[in-house]
Design a protein around this ligand. Structure first.
Ligand code: OOB
Length: 563
């Protein structure tokens, strides 16, 4: 079955901007992978990847990726085919993604926590030809689920499995084997000449609508994303970068992430969990210099180091923190306790990256989320009427630049709302621009819950909960949480004769195959839902009501007194 070419759902950069980005040298008109392959020629034996006891040099990594790319072609994968990738942090993830980039196959970056609800949608929406999954992980049968999705989604032809591939599935490790003697896949792949303007990867939006949107990132723009971040984060050949966040997320993938480390000629260490004792052991064992984390992890690392005084972090130079707001008190403890320079990162899968500089004064490093990493980035802050806010004021952040999308994939209607008439991306983040050019994230004007860096769309949760016969109206809002920053709280009114507990709603969502992090953790039943003048649920009023209730523990249901 011939699928629709990717180009049909894309919004291109305007020609004048594209010309400017080329002239300025942001876009190098080469495949993203080119500098990595050059590194393999210059320094073949330098270690590129470490995963447990496995150590892979640059030349070997590139040979394996080329062999994988060539094998995909033999199996019938073509340039522009989409593949949903859901893999743990392993060396095979890196070889697979690089092999796809070389062969022009486009990875769709799912998260390990995704389940049927998300994966099926991603496969359908991208018309993926294959899924790549682990056999099982943390007792979950990913291979079984992927097989069910293959049966349900017509475009999906193949399953590629890390671990024991069952009948009819392709073994990822076999695909990753170096080429057989006498076979030279590199030249054949180079002859394919992947266009630098082609989509390199699809990232997922945090999503404020029913389902996540796909974000096309081109070879030109995504490579620049990583290279611009490299400059500000100080990545070079000496860098040893530890991946503990899910590698398919933009932050550890390319901000600068593992791609930045490889583009700089450094070493990437893959680890499947950010649990402090394991992560600290890896940092010590491999002399890790840079790592990225979300604030909830930083809290655990600081607590662990304060309690254990491990002294295992002496190699660590930079701790990048982003994904959700790092509170100033925690920020101030990073250097004294962990001994590393804090780098705040306020980024988004859509593009724009803001970072504090490594040499910035303490008040900037501790109290701001930094500034755009590229001179080509443009930002403006506007009030409710769309008028510019003066320096020092607050408003919604809009941006455009050499690595910020111009439109979500195949989402024309959503694009009309997410982009200003002049094409700038409306981030939905409420920020303050300081005199010194640094941004401080103050809140947001978007229907999203940020659970320790994991983004949950209110609308997606609400749509699912309307499947419950007892729910009359419902609204998902963020409840503040000391560990994760926010958790999902659902307000609901009930139909006559129904009584619902939190666990009923969690069960419903679990049965629908929804990723666990999206499940509500607090349920508040109310007699009447507050409505706005135009009859929409008034979430602002709900947030105020929530604030008045004090701390609500996760796992609790709250009925009005007397019910
Ligand atoms: C990162 O990317 P996404 O796409 O998962 O989420 C983007 C949103 C931002 O619009 C903002 O609302 C929030 O996450 N956010 C932050 C933040 N970093 C991201 N809010 C407050 N403070 C921060 N430091 O989360 C992401 C992508 C690349 C690098 C780092 C994070």
């Amino acid at each position: 079955m011939a699928s629709t070419p990717t180009t049909e759902g894309l919004v291109a950069w305007p020609a004048d901007l594209a010309a400017r980005y080329r002239e300025a040298g942001y876009w190098k008109d080469e495949p993203l992978t080119a500098p990595i392959w050059r590194m393999a020629e210059q320094r073949p034996d330098r270690i590129a990847l470490i995963d447990g006891d496995t150590r892979i040099g640059y030349a070997e990594m590139c040979r394996r990726a080329d062999a994988l790319g060539a094998r995909l072609r033999e199996l019938g994968f073509e340039a522009d085919d989409r593949v949903v990738v859901q893999l743990p942090n392993t060396w095979e993830f890196v070889v697979f993604v690089l092999g796809c980039l070389r062969a022009g196959v486009i990875p769709v970056m799912a998260l390990p926590a995704h389940r049927r609800h998300e994966l099926e949608y991603l496969a359908e929406h991208s018309e993926a030809v294959a899924l790549v999954v682990p056999d099982t992980l943390r007792d979950f049968d990913h291979q079984g689920l992927a097989a069910a999705i293959r049966d349900a989604v017509p475009s999906v032809r193949d399953l590629i499995v890390l671990g024991d591939a069952r009948e009819g599935a392709i073994d990822l490790r076999e695909l990753c084997e170096p080429p057989a003697a006498g076979v030279e896949p590199a030249a054949a792949l180079e002859a394919l000449a992947v266009s630098p303007d082609a989509v390199a990867v699809f990232l997922l939006s945090g999503g404020t609508t029913g389902l996540p949107k796909l974000i096309p990132r081109s070879h030109n723009d995504y490579r620049y994303n990583a290279e611009a971040a490299n400059e500000v984060a100080g990545f070079d050949e000496e860098t040893v970068y530890l991946v503990t966040l899910p590698a398919s997320h933009n932050f550890p993938l390319a901000c600068p992430g593992l791609l930045g480390a490889l583009l700089a000629g450094g070493t990437v260490v893959m680890l499947q969990s950010p649990e402090p004792s394991r992560a600290f052991a890896m940092i010590e064992a491999h002399g890790v210099t840079h790592v990225a984390a979300v604030p909830a992890i930083v809290q655990r690392w600081i607590d662990h180091e304060e309690a254990e005084r491990t002294g295992r972090l002496s190699s660590l130079q930079v701790l990048q923190v982003g994904g959700s707001r790092l509170v100033d008190e925690l920020a101030a403890r990073v250097r004294p306790v962990l001994g590393a320079t804090l780098q705040q990162v306020f980024g988004m899968a859509e593009g724009l990256l803001n970072m504090t500089g490594l040499d910035d004064p303490d008040d900037v490093i501790i109290g701001t989320q930094g500034r755009p990493v590229s001179p080509g980035d443009r930002v403006r802050i506007v009030d409710e009427n769309g008028d510019p806010v003066p320096v020092g004021g607050r408003g919604v952040l809009h941006t455009e630049g050499p690595y910020t999308l111009r439109g979500y994939y195949r989402a024309p209607e959503h694009n009309r709302r997410s982009f200003a008439p002049d094409g700038w991306y409306i981030t939905g983040d409420i920020v303050e621009l300081r005199e010194d050019g640094n941004l401080v994230v103050q809140g947001r004007d978007k229907d999203l819950i940020n659970r320790g860096g994991e983004k949950i769309s209110g609308e997606e949760v609400e749509n699912l909960l309307y499947r419950h016969p007892g729910i009359e109206m419902n609204a998902a809002v963020a409840v503040p949480d000391p560990d994760l920053g926010e958790r999902v709280c659902v307000y609901a009114t009930l139909r006559e004769g129904h009584r619902i507990e939190l666990d009923d709603l969690r069960g419903l969502m679990r049965d629908a195959g929804v990723a666990a992090y999206k499940l509500p953790e607090v349920l508040v039943i109310v007699e009447d839902m507050p409505l706005t003048k135009i009859g929409k649920i008034d979430k602002k009023a709900l947030r105020e009501d929530l604030a008045g209730r004090g701390a609500l523990r996760p796992g609790t249901t709250h009925y009005p007194a007397g019910r």
